[in-house]
Design a binder for this molecule. Structure first.
Ligand code: G3P
Ligand code: CA
Length: 257
């Protein structure tokens, strides 16, 4: 939903742990989210897709091969099958036995403790995912105005316009992959009709883009920045959030006071 953005010099830059604190623990697992909490991040970022039996589950890639001991496409497995997989050992033996969490498990474990930036992945391959994400939030009364700590984003902007129509009070974001042309005013004006955030690849971000996004009444949280000097530079440009695998770096950033 749309909300007003107020600017002030002493603003806090949101520290958003990308797939959890994925520099320190296996991405999109409870271990990575616990680490983000421990590091005092403001948000965890999570990637959601649908299992074969239509459950909303956490997985970044279309395939399960990189981050589990299974192989193939996530959509080809039921939740019960996905729960058998080891989603931790690939990152380190101390994480053996980490499971693929469901979206609802993450909401129940972390709501009220840390914000959740929800990325809808491969929306066109998962018809109905927007309704399922919306229903899980609604069932928990997390769809009210100013809940403040839930944002739903996607590279699929149609999916976000759709989600915004379902739950207009929940903040939304459009993700932008890198393109050399940048982002036009016409695009920003369009995004502003259904989104609260424009979250670009950080290589596209300069001070001018930050102020243009603010001029359209939206906020900006670029991804994925793992370099301290670039984090500091983006904070000086006035970004509203930083998405990083290393929440401790963002915590050490020098936001203007
Ligand atoms: O939150 C933005 C970022 O996660 C988008 O890229 O590939 O890491 O999901 P990706
Ligand atoms: Ca993501």
């Amino acid at each position: 939903g749309k909300s007003n953005v107020s600017h002030n010099a002493a603003k806090h830059t949101m520290n958003i742990a990308h797939r959890g604190a994925s520099g320190y623990a296996p991405e999109n697992t409870m271990a990575a989210f616990d680490k983000a909490l421990e590091m005092k991040a403001d948000y965890i970022e999570i990637d959601v897709q649908l299992s074969k039996d239509g459950k909303v589950v956490l997985m970044h890639d279309a395939m399960i091969d990189r981050t589990t001991d299974g192989s193939g496409i996530v959509d080809d497995y039921t939740l019960e099958e996905l729960k058998q997989l080891d989603a931790g050992s690939w990152f380190g033996p101390q994480f053996a036995g980490e499971q693929i969490p469901t979206f609802e498990e993450v909401l129940d474990a972390y709501r009220g403790k840390i914000g959740i930036l929800i990325e809808i992945k491969n929306a066109s391959q998962h018809p109905g995912i927007e309704e399922k994400v919306a229903a899980a939030l609604e069932e928990r009364n997390m769809d009210k105005p100013n809940n403040g700590k839930i944002i739903v984003q996607s590279f699929d902007h149609g999916s976000i316009a759709h989600f915004n129509a379902l739950l207009p009070n929940v903040d939304t974001g459009v993700l932008m992959g890198y393109n050399a042309e940048g982002i036009s005013d016409a695009q920003l004006a369009q995004f502003a009709t259904y989104a609260d955030y424009v979250n670009p690849n950080h290589h596209m971000v300069d001070a001018d883009l930050v102020s243009r996004i603010h001029d359209y009444g939206m906020r900006i949280a670029p991804y994925t920045i793992n370099d301290q000097s670039r984090i500091n530079e983006l904070m000086e440009y006035g970004v509203d959030g930083i998405i990083s695998d290393y929440p401790d770096l963002v915590g050490h950033g020098n936001a203007p006071q």
